[in-house]
Design a protein around this ligand. Structure first.
Ligand SMILES: O=C(CO)COP(=O)(O)O
Length: 248
């Protein structure tokens, strides 16, 4: 089954009004990238979300980086209904930085996926092992445990994209080799085949994330089970356009 390539740009906690305007212009000017052929979704900070949503070309989309389940007495947070209210369709969930810095467990991440999907958003659900876990040969154990937590609550897999982001490759310049990434993606798809369904295993997009750049995107995306990328640092620059072109 042909899966539509998916490219996420996770801007993390970066940007000024000026740099964000420049970045949107770079995306809007990339006329040779056709958003009907690939899914392009960028995730600005909370403070830039509405502005980017308004100014970004309409064949590209905007995602939140985080949210809480309901509006109310949650100082400093934004709720899923607020994301819906401004017209967003995507949210990143379970990123390793949220897990390590804000102590989000598998269960917290899974609950957020459920909240996002129930609200009609598409969740970009992240998983990935640390360097120590990889060195202890626990990659499969850890990633399938994280995937199981999501699978426990997901009813509509059309509203989920999985992002495999090995923690040791995030922001380190140490990209997984195409073989390393493909192996994990194939194992995840096999897990979905056995534990969810053939159909879901065939259709769910599994993205790779971790030091993806214009120079390595083309070889990575040739791998059979790599359906796109979740990009951090390079999504803040024009290099992101080169990454997008690897999917065309
Ligand atoms: O964490 C990432 C995307 O969510 C990847 O970040 P880098 O592309 O900067 O390694």
């Amino acid at each position: 089954m042909a899966r539509k390539p998916f490219f996420g740009g996770n801007w993390k906690c970066n940007g000024t009004q000026e740099s964000v305007d420049k970045l949107v212009k770079i995306l809007n000017d990339a006329k040779d990238v056709d958003g009907s052929k690939i899914d392009v979704v960028v995730a600005p900070t909370l403070i830039h979300l509405a502005k980017v949503h308004e100014s970004l070309r309409k064949d590209f989309h905007v995602s939140a980086q985080n949210f809480v389940a309901e509006s109310g007495a949650y100082t400093g947070e934004v709720s899923v209904s607020m994301l819906k209210d401004i017209g967003l369709h995507y949210a990143i969930v379970g990123h390793s930085e949220r897990r390590s810095l804000y102590h989000e467990t598998d269960e917290v991440a899974a609950h957020k996926v459920k909240v996002a999907v129930d609200a009609g958003l598409t969740a970009i659900a992240c998983i990935g092992e640390t360097l120590q876990e990889r060195e202890e040969n626990k990659t499969n154990e850890v990633t399938t445990r994280q995937l199981q937590a999501y699978a426990n609550v997901i009813k509509d897999w059309d509203k989920v994209v999985i992002a495999y982001e090995p923690v040791w490759a995030i922001g380190t310049g140490k990209v997984a080799t195409p073989q390393q990434a493909q192996q994990v993606h194939a194992d995840l798809r096999e897990w979905l085949r056995k534990n969810v369904s053939e159909e879901v295993a065939d259709k769910v997009r599994i993205l790779y994330g971790g030091s993806v750049k214009g120079d390595n995107a083309e070889v990575l995306i040739k791998e059979k089970d790599i359906d796109g990328f979740l990009v951090g640092g390079a999504s803040l620059t024009a290099d992101f356009i080169k990454i997008l072109k690897s999917g065309l």
